[in-house]
Design a protein around this ligand. Structure first.
Ligand code: DLZ
Length: 171
């Protein structure tokens, strides 16, 4: 289902686990800052709304979306994080720069997730124009920043639950 069919930010609260005790990194790109600032706001507020302590949310900014993976790696090396959220917006232009950036960032974050076993969330908008970006950064199709936060909470909780030894009574 595409975002045009459904406002994906319309989550039922009961489906979202509590984020208290978890720590998060948010890396945001400065390019298209009007959009990424809205994604960041939605992401940060969603983490807090679902129980994350503000002192456990570590935020940095990098120049562009292409720098998100390395920024995420730097932050993950200096802070103990349960999930890392990357926010960017690459608007299609006259050349194919967007394809190179989007694919390399998606691949890098997927690789980092698989190799580290820690969720690196792809919160990058890949719109054809500014209106599509606005629609997904607090507009008619919700806010992808909120969705990235919810995904990060769910994956961080899943990772913790699988790491805990099975709780048994007796033998
Ligand atoms: C160069 C570039 C272009 C043309 N467009 C965008 C964009 O729409 N969104 C974005 O986040 N970044 C863009 N960049 C910058 C690259 O992500 C990167 O910062 C530079 O190529 C330097 O590595």
């Amino acid at each position: 289902m595409s975002s045009s069919d459904k406002n994906l930010s319309d989550f039922g609260n009961k489906e979202i686990p509590n984020a208290s005790g978890l720590s998060f990194g948010i890396i945001s790109a400065e390019w298209n800052e009007t959009i990424t600032a809205a994604l960041y706001k939605g992401c940060y507020e969603t983490l807090v709304k679902h129980g994350a302590d503000t002192k456990n949310i570590h935020s940095i900014w990098v120049p562009g979306t292409f720098e998100l993976p390395v920024g995420a790696k730097m932050l993950a090396q200096t802070q103990k994080l349960d999930a890392v959220i990357c926010l960017g917006c690459v608007i299609k232009g006259e050349t194919s720069h967007n394809e190179y950036i989007n694919l390399s960032v998606a691949n890098a974050l997927q690789q980092m997730s698989i190799v580290s076993g820690k969720p690196f969330i792809f919160g990058v908008l890949t719109p054809n124009d500014m209106q599509q970006a606005l629609d997904r950064a607090g507009g008619i199709h919700g806010n992808k920043g909120d969705e990235a936060a919810v995904t990060a909470i769910k994956m961080a909780v899943l990772r913790k639950s699988l790491a805990e030894p099975e709780k048994k009574i007796g033998f």
